[in-house]
Ligand binder design. Structure first.
Ligand SMILES: N[C@@H](CCC(=O)N[C@@H](CS)C(=O)NCC(=O)O)C(=O)O
Length: 453
C-alpha cells in the first residue's frame, strides 16, 4: 500500500492514526455485527473484540435467509452473505476484513504481532487458513449436509486429500510453535481456530485428527482460552462424519418472523446485547434440527460380543497374537449378532501405483467412519509389485452388511463381497491370517495392511 507521499506504507504510522481512532471510539456509536448466533465467521470479529476490549453488538433476531435478503442488508453487502459489521464509518463485509478492522481498533493491540515480519506472517496464516483449511473443510462438509456443490465421491476424496496436506503442514509448524506467530495469540490464531472449529465440531472426528497431534493440542488450547470460550462456548468434537443428506432448498421466510428494519434491529441490539452460543453451520440456523432417527442396528437384540472389547483386545495385544487376540476373537464372536465378510476389489488391474492404491484404501476407511460403532475391518494391499491386489475382511453388526453402509459408502460397490462361512475351517483360517496381517498372504508379500477400528 502506498502513502499519499508515495513512500511505503508503515505499520507504525497506521498505529499512530489508530491511537486517535481508539481514543475517539468511546464517543462514537458501537459496531453492530449482522449474523445469526453461532456463525463461525462472525466469531472471528467477536473474539478479536474480546482480545481488544472493543464492544461489538450482535444484532438481535437475525434470521438467515430473511434478514440478509432485505434491501438494507444488500446495501451493506451486495452479495447478501453474512457476517457484516456495521461501523460508524460504514459497513464492512468479509469476515477476515471485519476481524482485521476490529483488531486495528486498538492502537497497541498485540493481535498483529510486534514487527512487520510478524504482521506478514499473521496475514500469511490467515490466508492459509481461508484458502487451504476452511475451503477444504467446506468442500468435504457442505455437500454431505446437502448445501452448495452436490455430493460427489471423487470431489470429496480430493477435498480430504487437500485438507490432510494442509493439516500436515500446519502440524509441522505447530510441532515447534505454541501459536502461529510469536508467543501469544494473534489474529492468525483467532481466524485459524474459528475455521478449525467448524471442522472439529461437524466432521473432523478424533480418528481423523489424531494424525495431526500438534493441531489437536493447538486447537484445544485455543478453544479453552477464556476470551475464545466466552464467545464460542464449550466445544465437542464430531463423533462421526455426517451422513450424506439430500440437497437443501434455501430457507423460506417464515410468517411469524418478518424481517426487521435495520434501525429496529439495531435498537434491539443496543437494548440487550445478544450472547453468542455454541455454533451451528450458518445455513442451518433457521431450522430446528429434527431428532436423529435411531440406527436400526441399535434395535437388534443385545449381543454377547462387545465390539469395543474386541477392538481393545486387537489394539492391546502386542505378543502371542494368535494365542491371545485371535483366540479371544473366536471366543467372543457371536454369529447371531455379527457377520464376517471378505471383500475383493473388482478393479485390481488398475492398481498400478502403490501410493495411489494405498490412498484409495485410506479413502475407503475414511468414508467408513460412519460405521465405526458397528464395524471392524482389515484391508490388505497385496503384492510386492504392481498391479496390487486389495482384499479385506469386515466384521459388521447384524447378519447382513448394514444397509446404511451400502447406501452411503460408495466404495462398497467397488468390491465383491462374500459372507464368511465360519463352519469352513479354510475360510476361518483366512480370517485369522487377515486379522493377523500374516505374510506371505496367499503366497504374496503385503505392501500394507490397514485396520478400521
Ligand atoms: N467469505 C465470506 C463467506 C461468507 C459466507 O459464506 N457466509 C454464508 C454463511 S457462513 C452465507 O451468508 N451464506 C448465504 C448465501 O450464500 O446466500 C466471509 O468470510 O465472510
Amino acid at each position: 500500500m502506498e502513502s499519499p507521499t508515495g513512500s511505503c506504507w508503515s505499520l507504525e504510522n497506521t498505529l499512530q492514526q489508530l491511537v486517535v481512532i481508539n481514543e475517539l471510539q468511546y464517543c462514537l456509536p458501537q459496531e453492530v455485527l449482522h449474523a445469526g448466533e453461532g456463525n463461525k465467521n462472525a466469531f472471528k470479529t467477536l473474539i478479536a473484540a474480546e482480545y481488544n476490549g472493543v464492544k461489538v453488538e450482535l444484532v438481535k433476531n437475525f434470521q438467515m435467509g430473511v434478514s440478509n435478503k432485505t434491501p438494507e442488508f444488500l446495501q451493506m453487502n451486495p452479495i447478501g452473505k453474512v457476517p457484516v459489521l456495521e461501523t460508524p464509518d460504514g459497513p464492512v463485509f468479509e469476515s477476515n476484513a471485519m476481524a482485521r478492522y476490529v483488531a486495528r481498533l486498538k492502537a497497541d493491540t498485540t493481535l498483529y504481532g510486534s514487527s512487520l515480519i510478524d504482521y506478514a506472517h499473521i496475514e500469511q496464516w490467515m490466508d492459509f487458513s481461508a484458502t487451504e483449511i476452511d475451503s477444504s473443510i467446506g468442500r468435504w462438509l457442505f455437500p454431505r449436509l446437502g448445501f452448495g456443490a452436490p455430493y460427489l465421491p471423487p470431489a470429496e476424496e480430493a477435498a480430504i486429500a487437500a485438507l490432510k496436506r494442509s493439516l500436515a503442514a500446519l502440524n509441522t509448524h505447530l510441532s515447534t510453535n505454541t501459536y502461529l506467530v510469536g508467543h501469544a495469540v494473534t489474529l492468525a490464531d483467532i481466524v485459524m481456530t474459528c475455521n478449525l472449529f467448524l471442522g472439529f465440531k461437524l466432521i473432523l472426528t478424533k480418528s481423523f485428527t489424531s494424525e495431526f497431534p500438534h493441531v489437536e493440542r493447538y486447537f484445544w488450547t485455543m478453544v479453552n482460552q477464556p476470551k475464545v470460550k466466552k464467545v464460542i462456548g464449550e466445544v465437542k468434537q464430531a463423533e462421526s462424519v455426517p451422513a450424506v443428506q439430500s440437497a437443501k432448498k434455501p430457507a423460506q421466510p417464515k410468517e411469524a418472523a418478518k424481517p426487521k428494519a435495520k434501525e429496529e434491529a439495531k435498537k434491539e441490539a443496543k437494548k440487550e446485547p445478544a450472547k453468542p452460543k455454541a455454533a451451528e453451520p450458518a445455513e442451518e440456523e433457521e431450522e430446528a434440527p429434527k431428532p436423529k432417527p435411531k440406527n436400526p442396528l441399535d434395535l437388534l437384540p443385545p449381543s454377547k460380543m462387545i465390539l469395543d472389547e474386541w477392538k481393545r483386545l486387537y489394539s492391546n495385544t502386542k505378543t502371542n497374537f494368535r494365542e491371545v487376540a485371535i483366540k479371544g476373537f473366536w471366543d467372543m464372536y457371536d454369529p447371531e449378532g455379527y457377520s464376517l465378510w471378505f471383500c475383493d476389489y473388482k478393479y485390481n488391474d488398475e492398481n498400478t501405483v502403490s501410493f495411489v492404491t494405498l490412498n484409495k484404501v485410506g479413502g475407503f476407511l475414511q468414508r467408513m467412519d460412519l460405521a465405526r460403532k458397528y464395524a471392524f475391518g482389515k484391508m490388505l494391499v497385496i503384492g510386492s509389485q504392481p498391479p496390487y491386489k486389495v482384499k479385506g475382511l469386515w466384521l459388521f453388526r447384524g447378519k447382513e452388511i448394514p444397509q446404511f453402509v451400502l447406501d452411503e459408502c460408495y466404495d462398497m460397490e467397488l468390491y465383491d463381497w462374500a459372507k464368511v462361512d465360519i463352519s469352513d475351517e479354510v475360510q476361518k483360517e483366512r480370517v485369522n491370517a487377515m486379522i493377523e496381517d500374516l505374510e506371505p498372504f496367499e503366497g504374496e508379500a503385503l505392501l500394507d495392511a490397514k485396520c478400521f477400528k
